[in-house]
Ligand binder design. Structure first.
Ligand code: ARG
Length: 599
């Protein structure tokens, strides 16, 4: 609540069986400004008061005393409409937004609380494709949203660096690797082999068997063995490749060599993949506090299974270990008949670890909706095990990216998409503003910003259309459009000579055009928009607000000038632009876009 809604709520509560906070929560913003600035609907009171809503409204209007910050109260059917003192409202809102500068919108709501966000989490056996873009940018935005509200945020990259797909990769490398090609372009060669595996495993089931063996070996390596191996010389690519070919008849030696081989392979592969991922994260401006992938939990999965056994939840089914989840949900498998653990086993171990380590108040999993069942299952296992805190874990699902496909050799690498976005943005910029300095840097910010904004502009559950022309357009709901609004603010403020006037020295009551009022309200709303975004895990609350603010400003700018003959009015409008710029630049940076001064 702000000071205005606070006063209204208190006045209402005096005449109603409601607390001020309850009355305040019921206040709405009417769809049109002439219907008042805040409205109180009387429908829900009809039952308790045994009166028609219209009648309640009329009686309230007569009973209530006019709060100091309210100019007028009128009824409209079942609504009681409040008209605030707009000059005072404008003055307070703009003063706050300007004085708090970059801090406007920050709060202490989350102080003392921790939120763990599991996001991006690509699989190392596959190249970083467009499929992981959404989790990366949604997770990155949520990270900054919670940070703004004062939470301690822990960003975790739960890399898919373990499991049968790693075994598949190994089987493919053992059969077909071309060391020269790998050296030249490890990602491309890996993907080639990965694709080949899937083609050939259809014809030759033997390959699948090999893959399972490899993973079993990898999973069987104990922490002690890892330590012993780590103390040896690091394995070069050639050494590792040669090892498999060396002949020996000693069974123990063979086994040790096989372990070193798979371990060496896995490490080599991790290094290459991480280098690729980090390059992409840097471009997207995304940061992780931990890169603890699935492999991190390898030495905890056994204890997790034991724990669930103690709780009496585990049963055997055809040699595998499962937890039954009742009629409607398929059982959650913890261990396959061949002894290998699963994605869910590692997620269970990870949840226990995170709870112990971070003592989270919230743990979010930003993962596409096709994995809905997986989350439902492992959350349910934790609930059955009696871990009440599992109620604070949430799957944050999102829709697909349409207009790009990623199966069978036609994978679209995220890095390529970002590079293409930059070069296309460069073309647009060269056309529109050929004399721009730092054009390359700006093209980078515009191109990448366009891809991010396109992903975040609609509610996350909706599918995203990927259409280059639409994404990079300067009109419509795009990144360039919002970035351009910021450029315009910056341009206007460049007219300013010397320091910006302090709000106290400016007559802000001169801002009385309806277009100005809309903008003042957009500014006032900003802190609660951030809160909504956090409450709903929904970055589109922010993007939608920025789009509205930009288009409200354009509407204002079509009718009015900021810098004009009238000095006091100019000063007031400059203050408005200063506040708008604060909100827009903060909003852009929360979403992961750069707030540019020129473009
Ligand atoms: N690696 C998985 C995938 O790409 C996503 C992992 C999400 N996080 C988790 N804790 N399960 O599908």
């Amino acid at each position: 609540m702000n000071e205005f809604t606070q006063q209204i709520a208190e006045a209402l509560a005096k005449h109603l069986p409601l607390e001020a906070s309850e009355a305040g929560a019921m206040l709405e913003v009417p769809p049109k400004p002439d219907m008042g600035d805040y409205a109180f609907p009387c429908f829900t009171l009809a039952k308790t008061l045994r009166k028609a809503p219209d009648k309640i409204a009329v009686e309230l209007e007569q009973a209530i005393e006019l709060p100091a910050l309210v100019k007028e109260i009128r009824t409209a059917g079942p609504y009681l409409n409040f008209y605030v003192d707009r000059a005072e409202f404008t003055k307070r809102v703009l003063t706050r937004a300007i004085e708090q500068s970059k801090g406007y919108g920050n709060s202490k709501k989350g102080a003392g609380k921790t939120v763990v966000i599991d996001f991006s989490s690509p699989n190392i056996a596959k190249p970083f494709g467009i499929g992981h873009l959404r989790s990366t940018v949604i997770g990155g935005a949520l990270y900054r949203i919670f940070e703004t509200l004062g939470y301690r945020v822990v960003g975790v990259n739960h890399l898919g660096d373990w499991g049968t797909q790693i075994g598949k990769m190994m089987a493919a490398f053992a059969r077909w690797e071309d060391p020269e090609k790998f050296k030249e372009n490890p990602i491309a060669h890996s993907y080639e082999l990965y694709t080949r595996f899937h083609e050939e495993s259809g014809k030759d089931p033997q390959i699948e068997e090999e893959a399972r063996d490899y993973f079993r070996q990898l999973e069987g390596i104990t922490p002690e063995e890892v330590k012993a191996m780590a103390e040896r010389e690091p394995q070069t690519h050639e050494q590792v490749a040669a090892m498999g070919k060396r002949k020996t008849s000693n069974a123990e030696q063979v086994a040790a060599m096989a372990k070193r081989e798979v371990w060496g392979f896995w490490n080599r592969f991790m290094d290459v993949s991480m280098a690729e991922f980090k390059r992409v994260y840097e471009k997207l401006g995304v940061h992780f506090d931990y890169y603890t992938g699935e492999s991190f939990y390898n030495d905890r999965t056994q204890a997790t299974i034991e724990l669930l056994k103690e709780k009496g939840l585990v049963k055997e089914s055809e040699g595998a270990l499962v937890v039954d989840l009742g009629e409607d949900v398929p059982p959650c498998m913890l261990r396959k008949a061949d002894g290998a653990t699963l994605y869910a086993t590692r997620d269970l171990a990870a949840a226990l670890y995170r709870h112990d380590e971070f003592n989270f108040d919230l743990c979010l999993y930003v993962v596409g909706y096709p994995q809905e069942l997986h989350f439902k299952q492992f959350f349910e296992v934790l609930r059955l095990a009696g871990f009440d805190w599992s109620a604070n874990m949430h799957h944050v699902p999102f829709g697909h990216i349409l207009g790009m496909s990623t199966r069978k050799g036609t994978i679209i690498l995220l890095d390529e998409v970002l590079e293409e976005a930059i070069s296309r943005a460069r073309e647009v910029i060269d056309q529109k503003n050929p004399d721009l300095e730092n054009a390359e840097e700006i093209a980078q910010a515009v191109g990448i910003g366009a891809v991010i904004f396109n992903d975040l502009k609609n509610s996350r559950i909706k599918d995203v259309n990927f259409d280059w022309n639409a994404i990079l357009s300067f009109d419509g709901e795009t990144g360039p459009y919002v970035q351009y609004a910021h450029v315009r603010f910056a341009g206007i403020l460049r007219h300013l000579e010397g320091e910006a006037p302090s709000p106290a020295s400016v007559d802000l009551s001169l801002l009385c055009e309806p277009e100005e009022w809309e903008l003042v309200r957009d500014i006032e709303n900003w802190p609660s928009v951030i809160e909504q975004a956090a409450a709903r895990f929904e970055p589109s609350e922010i993007s939608t607000h920025l789009l509205r603010l930009a288009s409200d400003f354009n509407r204002f700018y079509q009718k009015h000038r900021v810098v004009g003959e009238d000095a006091p009015l100019t000063a007031a409008r400059i203050s408005l632009v200063l506040a708008l710029k604060n909100v827009l630049s903060k909003g852009l940076s929360i979403l992961g876009l750069k707030a540019l001064e020129q473009m």
